[in-house]
Design a protein around this ligand. Structure first.
Ligand code: SF4
Length: 577
């Protein structure tokens, strides 16, 4: 029956495609442009959206070598085939007239934005020669790598590991999600890891602290949030602003900025003193409850009211509301949580509230996500092994000792002195570029990070850039910092390239393919190609024995009985139930 229906559908699609083509031809003869979907066969490719870090699975529709439409991939277990407006705007990103179009080498002062065009070979050889010169005098650690967006793997993980620099950093860590990850490791014993594990399907009481759902672009969270509210889930919104979420809430707590931890401590106090916590859950799954009880006894709602500008009654009522729906009740961990300087402790308090509600690992609370099974690519051992942080480390992998690079130096960002642990802090690598302390950083390879908008104190960043012997910018668009590069390497967009497989921990683990819809436009190249060509020029041949990205993808997919071709045929996504 299924085969019968499939054949019928395929026949119908072919029939309509053939039947519609003459209409397109007739319209063209009349000087009227046929709609894109009637002007030729529609080629389908599968990728993940790169317009924000959420990476929704998408289907790209191309006619006569031109991308016309991006749609949600219904095979994606999280997105239900839907995209946000920004995701659909990927077509404009591809055809943006301001794209970087060919490699450039600086001719004027650094920061002047004066360049000449160069061939790929010349540009990459320039970079390789400078990197080798820096390594010869100061070691490979003296070249730092900054990266973000989905192609970052090649420039913040693979190339730095092969080259031997522990100074590889991503803004998505130290100035975004790190506090929630570190707090989760310290309090729950596992990182949050990627997407927030809220069991939206069954949650009955949603508490948001500074999570601006409805004002950011994460398509699935918006869908989940709207569905939960639609079926009657209660909403507590803690936000100084009358935000979009606050407007929809049952309780809006317009808290004084910077005082969230006081509110959280008072909530813990109410849950314990009013006997609202899940005693069985706490007895079975937690330690230190007596110490916690003693510690929070001083943090009464009356105490917090004086700090937060909320009323004692608001604090008590919202704690009771949360407890009424437990364990289908949780504070959403949030994403960008680097705010006040006490963020790790604030997030620990969030997780303690969730534990008192019995939410961790419970239906309607916070699910324990599972990573898909997928073997790593079998490359030789890196010169800096996992644990450098931002190099090849996952949160939680690092040991007590920081792994050194090949000349014995560990990362230069002040880990273990300025801060305890965590992935490499991108902002803390600016100082060594200026002061040479603890050792000089003389070269910087930047992949997809707008340095002057991302890292605090742009004037200090410019001072650091002036000091360097090499600045390389790999990007699609001429972001502000590109003017400060010695060499600009224009990258193909996510619609024009293969990339590393997308395999993230989820409620339903899955693996997603990124394949090109069209050949790279202009004189641009995929990131994997640049990393490989540069690696070969640096003499790192043993790490780049693969010819192209499909060979890499095929090798990894062997472990799950698939290949790039099979994954395409399967609709771009493998779901591992
Ligand atoms: S939320 Fe929107 S922009 Fe982000 S990955 Fe999904 S479709 Fe793209």
């Amino acid at each position: 029956m299924f085969l019968g229906m499939s054949s019928l559908a395929a026949f119908a699609a072919l029939f309509f495609q053939r039947a519609l083509r003459p209409i397109g031809n007739t319209l063209a003869r009349m000087g009227i442009r046929a709609p894109w979907h009637r002007s030729g066969p529609i080629d389908i490719s599968y990728t993940t959206c790169d317009m924000c870090p959420w990476r929704c699975g998408v289907i790209v529709k191309t006619v006569n070598g031109v991308v016309h439409k991006i749609e949600g991939n219904p095979n994606d277990p999280k997105r239900r085939g839907m995209l946000c407006a920004r995701g659909q705007a990927g077509v404009s990103f591809l055809y943006d007239p301001d794209r970087l179009k060919t490699p450039l080498i600086r001719t004027g002062e650094r920061g002047s934005g004066e360049f000449r065009e160069a061939s790929w070979d010349e540009a990459l050889q320039y970079v390789a020669d400078k990197m080798v010169a820096i390594r010869d005098t100061d070691g490979p650690e003296a070249v730092a790598f900054f990266g973000h967006t989905s192609g970052e793997f090649w420039f913040t993980d693979y190339l730095p590991g092969a080259w031997g620099s522990p100074n590889a950093a991503k803004p998505s860590s130290s100035i975004c999600t790190s506090p929630r990850e570190e707090a989760s490791l310290l309090t729950v014993g596992r990182p949050i890891g990627g997407h927030e594990p809220v069991d939206w399907d069954a949650i009955q009481c949603i508490t948001l602290i500074g999570s601006h759902i409805g004002e950011d672009s994460r398509n699935t969270v918006m869908q989940d949030f709207a569905a939960a509210r639609d079926r009657g889930a209660r909403l507590i919104a803690v936000d100084p602003r009358f935000s979009t979420a606050a407007m929809k809430s049952d309780h809006w707590l317009p808290i004084k900025p910077g005082t969230d931890t006081a509110l959280l401590l008072a909530w813990i106090n109410v849950l314990i003193t009013e006997d609202l916590y899940d005693a069985d859950y706490v007895a079975e799954w937690t330690t230190g409850f007596e110490e916690l009880t003693a510690h929070v006894s001083q943090y009464t709602p009356a105490w917090a009211a004086g700090i937060t500008d909320l009323t004692e009654n608001q604090i008590r009522e919202t704690a009771r509301e949360m407890a009424r729906h437990a364990p289908q009740s949780a504070i959403v961990p949030g994403r960008h949580v680097t705010w006040y300087g006490n963020d790790t402790q604030r997030m620990r308090a969030v997780y303690i509230v969730n534990a008192l509600l019995g939410a961790w690992g419970r239906r309607g609370g916070l699910y324990l996500n599972k990573s898909p099974y997928l073997e790593a690519y079998p490359h030789p051992p890196f010169l800096v092994e996992g644990g450098a942080g931002g190099c090849s480390a996952e949160p939680g992998e690092e040991g007590d000792d920081l792994p050194p690079g090949p000349t014995g130096k560990t990362r230069a960002d002040g880990a273990r002195t300025k801060f305890l642990r965590g992935p490499t802090a991108i902002q803390e690598l600016i100082d060594p570029m200026i002061t040479g302390d603890p050792y000089p950083i003389r070269g910087l390879v930047v992949y997809g990070v707008n340095l002057l908008h991302t890292i605090p104190n742009p004037e200090r960043t410019k001072e650091a850039l002036r000091n360097l012997d090499l600045v390389v910018a790999i990007d699609v668009l001429p972001q502000d910092h590109v003017d400060w590069a010695d060499v600009v390497l224009p990258e193909a967009t996510y619609l024009e390239r293969h990339d590393e497989l997308w395999a993230l921990g989820h409620k339903t683990p899955y693996i997603a393919l990124r394949e090109p819809a069209v050949e790279p436009l202009h004189n641009t190249k995929p990131g994997w190609w640049m990393a490989r060509e540069l690696g070969l020029k640096l003499g790192l041949d043993s790490f780049f024995r693969w010819e192209d990205a499909t060979e890499w993808i095929d090798k990894r997919l062997i472990s799950v009985g698939s290949s790039a071709e099979k994954l395409h045929a399967a609709g771009g996504i493998i779901v591992q139930e």
